[in-house]
Design a protein around this ligand. Structure first.
Ligand SMILES: NC(=O)c1ccc[n+]([C@@H]2O[C@H](COP(=O)([O-])OP(=O)(O)OC[C@H]3O[C@@H](n4cnc5c(N)ncnc54)[C@H](O)[C@@H]3O)[C@@H](O)[C@H]2O)c1
Length: 293
């Protein structure tokens, strides 16, 4: 029996790409989902559906009625999806509003959608390279855009909420999350232009695995506020990781060797803190990296 069986879980951003799959998964595990999003989605399975704004104190208070746990996914999920002011303020105000109200009500735990962008390099406008590989929770940050800044600040908000109200918060620094078909199409793009994936460590996660990570985070015994990377074990590029790093990040120290197409991200915290291991991989044949790429 799942640890969330019988619990009421508020899922913000439930109508979105990750939210629909997560809500269905939580409902299947026996939870009653309250969905809060700014638009409806016919594919959404939830016990209670609220159309509202996560920046609104009233809407969030209404959505939290009876909730035992919170999954906060609502965000403007890309730098260029809206004006900079809207992306930044929507994300940081929403996260503060949701976690502060959940904490003040005495809820024990929240799970927040963070991002690989919180270390700042994937969307950086400069020619920067990660300080080393594998990416880990200590990797130096260099933030040059407002979406990445919002995700970084959300991690600070989570820590503050834990320190102030004692609410445990797991922030999942998702890589690119999508359905298998979309990821297969991106794999083709990366095969032609592998340099483009370097600052994301060519990482990805199938949406079902993202939803499973959320469920594991809700039931894990870990306490405090944690933010960490998670990804499929292999990369979305069809070339060996060592070859990719040698070609596209020759100056970045490698703290260990990578086997075949192993993703160059430290997945230890995801394993140790929530017991997460990705179940889905995009099947790719491993190729030699062509000289002309
Ligand atoms: N999909 C990815 O590749 C990816 C990668 C890293 C992090 N993330 C994060 O995961 C979360 C979910 O991403 P997604 O891909 O499902 O995004 P999405 O754009 O598909 O869904 C976003 C959801 O947030 C809701 N929302 C946005 N602003 C809102 C507001 N002011 N009030 C209420 N609801 C609001 C939308 O209605 C929608 O339901 C986001 O926090 C995103 O930053 C996603």
């Amino acid at each position: 029996m799942s640890g969330i069986n019988g619990a009421r879980v508020l899922v913000t951003g439930a109508s979105g790409r990750i939210g629909v799959v997560t809500s269905a998964r939580l409902q299947r595990a026996g939870a009653s989902v309250t969905a809060l999003s700014r638009e409806e989605n016919p594919a959404l399975e939830a016990d209670r559906i609220i159309v509202g704004d996560t920046r609104s104190q009233e809407d969030v208070a209404r959505a939290l009625e009876g909730a035992d746990l919170v999954v906060h996914l609502a965000a403007l999920a890309h730098r260029d999806i809206a004006p900079a002011y809207d992306v930044y303020t929507t994300n940081v105000v929403s996260t503060f509003n949701v976690l502060a109200q959940a904490g003040a009500r005495g809820l024990p735990r929240a799970v927040v959608a963070g991002s690989i962008n919180s270390y700042g390099l994937p969307q950086n406008i400069h020619e920067v390279t990660p300080a080393y590989f594998p990416l880990d929770t200590d990797i130096p940050t260099d933030i040059a855009d407002w979406y990445s800044l919002s995700k970084r600040n959300d991690e600070n908000t989570a820590r503050m909420a834990w320190r102030h109200w004692g609410i445990d918060v797991v922030t999942l620094r998702f890589p690119h999350v999508n359905g298998a078909d979309n990821l297969a199409a991106i794999a083709e793009e990366l095969a032609a232009a592998p340099r483009d994936g370097m600052r994301e460590a060519w990482s990805y996660l199938v949406t079902e695995d993202a939803a499973r990570a959320v469920e594991l985070s809700l039931t894990a015994s870990t306490t405090g506020a944690h933010a960490f990377f998670l990804a499929a074990n292999s990369t979305l590029a069809p070339y060996r990781t060592e070859d990719l790093l040698q070609r596209y990040a020759p100056g970045a120290p490698r703290l260990r060797r990578f086997v075949e197409r192993e993703v160059p991200i430290d997945l230890t915290p995801a394993r140790e803190l929530i017991g997460f291991e990705a179940h889905h991989e995009i099947p790719l044949e491993t190729l030699d990296l062509p000289d002309d790429l």
